[in-house]
Design a protein. Structure first.
Ligand SMILES: Cc1cc2nc3c(=O)[nH]c(=O)nc-3n(C[C@H](O)[C@H](O)[C@H](O)COP(=O)(O)OP(=O)(O)OC[C@H]3O[C@@H](n4cnc5c(N)ncnc54)[C@H](O)[C@@H]3O)c2cc1C
Length: 387
């Protein structure tokens, strides 16, 4: 299946973007060949130095404006990175989390001085970003979080525990959600930029063992009387954290949606190649009508998803993407990804269950898309509120 599912819309088709796509592809060919991706999975992380190499190659902070040392790109460049990571089987390298999920919090809510200091390092890879909202007893229900931040002079003192933190091993600037007012509900939550190298009392737990995405470092992190300068309260005002999260979640959900889309396309491509060479009953598996019907269903699902995703992306670029539409994208694309990859694995027969086949890895990696960034059930709740 070499032809793209959908012709690129005009806003995604430019010489600048095509050149960028080629350079991302070349970087991944060089630094993320299959043997390297396998090593990431074994060690549970992509290795710290790769972030600096990606920075040198211009893959980090691509949406950071030139005034802060970035290339001044936008979400279209982030889409290209996500598509290339999936096409090359290198999704363990979570540049999208750094670039398109966490960096926007700092661009919009950090002070001018902080942006001048942090952004060039985010672009170079000297800073690796993470976001820490989830806690052992509060995931979907973020208002139930227990982490606290108490003002003490010109600092806040952070205490608590966060879990499932992606980039948890390497991140040295973490956007952390904590309660500044325990009784304040959503209005009691604030966000802090914690520079982990500069504080005492911060620690990381062991790498968490996951059923998929083995090359992504996911850890618990702990705060024990961590003193953070008051200036690191994002937005400069207490109680704004929940509002900021709600503002940024539509883009985060589009990131998960694009990752789902990109992996669905990669799954279709590898499966079409496989069934066209695998033979049974004197013909290829592709020649069997059931195979063609299944792949036709998958391609239809993926194509519909991609058209909707382009629509959402255009809205995002115009700053018009609302939370309901972003939730619909995340719900539909992540569910479709699960169905497509399951069908594709089935068409591989026993080889689909062998981890040396890309479809087996995709099957494991895909499952979490329906959970993180807000579960499918939470997406339905959000969508239902708009009815
Ligand atoms: C690999 C991985 C990486 C992650 N990375 C990060 C990260 O970098 N930073 C971060 O902060 N978090 C991260 N997370 C956490 C993720 O966002 C949460 O796991 C997710 O939001 C679900 O929360 P939970 O696990 O506590 O599940 P729970 O909230 O306990 O939900 C359990 C089940 O109950 C359902 N449920 C809950 N409430 C309702 C409701 N009101 N109505 C109907 N059903 C409901 C859920 O849909 C789910 O099926 C990551 C998680 C994973 C697995």
């Amino acid at each position: 299946m070499s032809k793209p599912l959908v012709a690129k819309p005009a806003f995604m088709d430019s010489e600048d973007l095509n050149i960028f796509e080629q350079s991302v592809g070349r970087f991944l060919d060089e630094h993320a060949p299959p043997a390297t991706v396998q090593r990431w999975a074994e060690q549970g992380s992509v290795g710290r130095e790769l972030w600096n190499k990606a920075g040198e190659a211009g893959l980090l902070g691509v949406s950071v404006p030139e005034a802060y040392g970035g290339p001044g790109g936008d979400f279209r460049h982030e889409v290209i990175i996500m598509e290339q990571l999936a096409a090359k089987g290198a999704q363990s390298f979570v540049i999208p989390l750094h670039n398109a999920t966490v960096c926007p919090y700092l661009l919009d809510y950090a002070s001018e001085e902080q942006k001048q200091e942090w952004m060039p390092k985010i672009v170079s890879g000297e800073i690796v970003l993470a976001v820490a909202m989830s806690e052992p007893a509060a995931g979907s229900d973020l208002q139930g979080m227990k982490a606290t931040a108490k003002r003490d002079g010109d600092h806040y003192v952070l205490n608590g525990q966060k879990t499932f933190i992606s980039n948890g091993l390497h991140a040295n600037l973490i956007v952390v959600a904590a309660k500044t007012d325990a009784a304040g509900g959503a209005k009691g939550i604030s966000l802090f930029a914690v520079e982990t190298d500069k504080v005492k009392g911060f620690s990381r737990g062991r790498l968490l063992h996951k059923i998929g995405q083995a090359g992504r470092d996911t850890t618990e992190i702990f705060f024990s009387d961590v003193r953070v300068p008051a200036a690191n309260l994002l937005g400069g005002q207490e109680g704004q954290g929940f509002r900021m999260l709600m503002e940024k979640l539509p883009q985060e959900r589009l990131v998960v949606s694009w990752q789902s889309m990109a992996m669905s396309e990669a799954a279709l491509n590898t499966t079409v190649d496989y069934v066209k060479q695998r033979r049974a009953f004197g013909k290829t598996i592709y020649d069997l009508q059931n195979t063609q019907f299944k792949l036709a269903e998958c391609k239809t699902k993926a194509t519909i998803g991609k058209v909707f995703l382009y629509h959402c992306t255009e809205l995002l670029l115009q700053k018009k993407l609302d939370p309901t539409t972003a939730s619909m994208a995340k719900l539909w694309l992540s569910e479709a990804q699960g169905q497509i990859i399951d069908e594709c694995l089935q068409l591989h027969g026993g080889y689909g269950y062998m981890t040396e086949y890309p479809i087996a890895e995709m099957y494991k990696d895909a499952r979490v898309a329906r959970i993180y960034g807000g579960t499918s059930e939470i997406m339905k709740l959000l969508i239902a509120r708009s009815l």
